[in-house]
Design a protein around this ligand. Structure first.
Ligand code: NAD
Length: 477
């Protein structure tokens, strides 16, 4: 009998779902067999089918949001916004497909025309993370299907129920069963899928560690597309902010939304030494008011638990490590119930901690770094191998220009949180946050490849130079 995967609710520990671990080989074969007929359908048919998918998800919003909240632990209101993002992705992807991969015709030489068209790769693997178990894989699956690919999607082993449900919605909407496959399993199944010879590419959202492993795995297959959307160690610089309360709200949203389990969450708050007290005090007061509770609790919580006890253990260990290295806790990371992964938001001043790890602490831990001047703020902001999101709160347009020009990140904001990027724009990072294949609006770019054709109705040709004159006396000599 096939081995099972069991998913439990982080907030209660209750079993939510169980299912058999899948077989990458079988799923890729099925998708390969189905791909050709999907690819050859007119674009209008694929667009219509995906619009039906949006309608199916819209109609199931309450159920789907409930499942997402239960399986991830995120508050129900937040799970609802994730479902909205799944629905909204279809129209955005249709626009992106036509804008980024549209057909073009140009004048060529000797009356020929040059045409640029795009073709799908074939069968693409999609590996998803647990923090947005529907929206993020969907952000790869929808553009991939629209371009005419078939997809084998492996949800995170922590959120298989949401992954399976998402695939069911595609099927209910009329996407053929062979064209979107759900592969249940963990990293082992992810590796088998990534290495499968029948796969034409892999679209990955997850940790930098796994992304690097996949990059190595793809080293000998440069002909296969690999899109990596990875983590961040994101800086939020607050400088000469006229409205301290607004700056504090933005800092709290950036650090603690989704219990800090967002790739764009602010991990480091960079402030001007000596002028930071009021800001930090306001942030601490606001943080004290944050409700951490079950996803369905009333009043609604700001944040739920982190995804499981393993993640909570790791965060507690990383927090303790920072304290042992000399970080000063301003608000402790607490775990009210040892057997559950609820963590309270925490804030540490790590100024002067010389061996601070450049790691993504994927949870509610905010590190404060005090610096003397704006040059030092920029240097600290860039003091990371990651490069996903960065925000400046306060300052003048000139200061923001300096920030924008010097900070190394794919998302650079002013007076806005580090998180909550719009799907209608490209989204991706530099450094070890990705491999220069930005997602969201630009996902269309890696779901199809361009084909350039020079075309004429009739063959007309002449060689103008370099030939002997056939009528000359010594022609042919
Ligand atoms: P993860 O890397 O542990 O897992 C992601 C997926 O990859 C899962 O499906 C997992 O089973 C699979 N996997 C893990 N190791 C693998 C390997 N060696 N080979 C093949 N497959 C493997 O990530 P996670 O913990 O589920 O998600 C959190 C991470 O995702 C954070 O680092 C976060 O920053 C990142 N993330 C990035 C973005 C983005 O768009 N840049 C968005 C959300 C989350």
């Amino acid at each position: 009998m096939a081995e099972s995967l069991i998913s439990t609710e982080p907030a209660t520990g209750a079993e939510l779902w169980r299912g058999a671990i899948g077989d990458a080989d079988a799923e890729v074969r099925t998708a390969r067999a189905a791909w050709g007929s999907w690819a050859s359908k007119p674009l209008a048919v694929r667009v219509e089918t995906l619009r039906r998918f949006a309608n199916v998800v819209r109609a199931a919003k309450d159920d789907f949001a409930d499942l997402i909240a239960r399986e991830t632990g995120k508050p129900l209101w937040e799970a609802g916004t994730e479902v909205d993002a799944v629905v909204g992705k279809v129209d955005i992807s249709v626009s992106a497909y036509s804008e980024r991969t549209s057909q073009r015709r140009m004048e060529g030489a000797m009356g020929a025309r040059v045409a640029v068209r795009h073709k799908p790769h074939g069968v693409l693997g999609v590996l998803g993370p647990y923090n947005f178990p529907a929206h993020l894989p969907n952000g790869h699956i929808v553009p991939a299907l629209l371009a005419g690919n078939a997809v084998v999607f492996k949800p995170s082993e922590k959120t298989p129920a949401v992954g399976e449900r998402l695939v069911r919605y595609f099927h209910e909407a009329g996407v053929p069963e062979g064209v979107v496959r759900c592969l249940i399993g963990g990293p082992e199944q992810g590796k088998s899928l990534a290495g499968h010879p029948g796969l034409d590419g892999l679209l990955f959202t997850g940790s930098a560690r796994a992304g690097m492993a996949l990059h190595r795995q793809f080293a000998e297959t440069p002909h296969k597309i690999l899109a990596l959307e990875l983590g961040g160690n994101n800086p939020l610089v607050v400088w000469q902010a006229p409205d301290i309360h607004a700056a504090a709200v933005i800092a709290v949203q950036s650090a603690f939304l989704s219990a800090g389990q967002r790739c764009t969450a602010a991990r480091r708050l960079i402030v001007e030494d000596g002028k930071h007290e009021q800001l930090v005090e306001t942030i601490l007061k606001l943080t004290d008011r944050i409700i951490v509770d079950h996803p369905h609790a009333n009043p609604a919580p700001f944040m739920g638990p982190v995804v499981d006890n393993g993640a909570a253990d790791q965060l507690q260990a990383a927090y303790l490590d920072l304290v042992l290295k000399g970080g000063k806790p301003l608000k402790h990371l607490e775990r009210p119930d040892d057997g559950k992964p609820f963590l309270t938001p925490s804030i540490l001043d790590v100024t002067g901690v010389s061996d601070r790890p450049d790691a993504e602490l994927f949870g509610p831990v905010l590190q404060i770094v005090r610096v003397a001047d704006f040059d030092a703020a920029l240097a600290e902001a860039n003091n990371t191998r990651f490069g996903l999101a960065a925000s400046l709160i306060g300052g003048s347009p000139q200061l923001y220009d300096r920030f924008w020009a010097n900070v190394r990140a794919g998302v650079v904001n002013w007076n806005k949180p580090t998180n909550g990027a719009p799907s209608s724009a490209p989204f991706g990072g530099v450094g070890i946050s990705g491999n220069h294949r930005p997602s969201a609006f630009y996902a269309a770019d890696y779901c199809a490849y361009p084909v350039t054709s020079s075309e004429a109705e009739q063959a007309r040709a002449a060689i103008g130079v370099g030939l002997r004159d056939p009528y000359a006396e010594n022609a042919g000599a």
